[in-house]
Design a protein around this ligand. Sequence first.
Ligand code: PRT
Ligand code: MG
Length: 214
Amino acid sequence: MNGITIALSKGRIFEETLPLLAAAGIVPDENPDTSRKLIIQTSRPDVRVVVVRASDVPTYVQHGAADLGVAGRDVLIEHGGAGLYQPLDLNIARCRMMVAVPEGFDYAHAVRQGARLKVATKYLSIAREHFAAKGVHVDLIKLYGSMELAPLAGLADAIVDLVSTGSTLKANRLVAVEHVLDISSRLIVNQAALKLKRESLAPILDAFTAAVRP
Ligand code: PRT
Ligand code: MG
């Protein structure tokens, strides 16, 4: 493949990357939220978009199946970042990773007592490091989604999840009790592609850099 392949996930990352792509003269032919196509051509014959799960974006770029991608800091930390350049924070899809518990659960008290907490999360590495640094004893339970249900169903005492507006926590009578990380999405580049396709990639990287909003 001589052209450029960009890996994006549908939903917020696709939507919020559109203005940056436009700044590089790239307009996708279709929106993955309404189309079922997984390979989307663009206004530039040499550029295509592949639509993958958010957590699969680093894998496509690492292995060179995509030259570029956009992925959340959460996803990148869990992936580990091997084979990736991460040249640019795009400042999009922003949110916070938080520890949350059911309303009425005294988290601070439980921690002071040295209680062993059951914590459900999709983000095992981030959670492990967070609680280790705080000296909090936890048993981590891996989930793939809907973390908010875990404390309500009696699976866990607490969750580690992403929060943006806070309305999901509120709707499930959970409260955030600890900040773990500020999250935004980064541009990622395959390390070999950066050398081999430098001439075609550099203008796109420059356009993205100029279009990032503080
Ligand atoms: O949905 P899928 O399982 O395919 O993958 P995904 O959930 O990882 O994808 P997607 O598109 O939902 O998220 C992609 C990236 O967007 C994440 O990796 C984050 O970096 C970023 N992001 C920003 C968020 C949010 N904001 C966010 N609010 N990702 C998820 N959420 C979820 C959160 O997990 C919780 O369930 O939205 C809910 C909370 O939202 P509020 O507004 O109610 O607080
Ligand atoms: Mg999602």
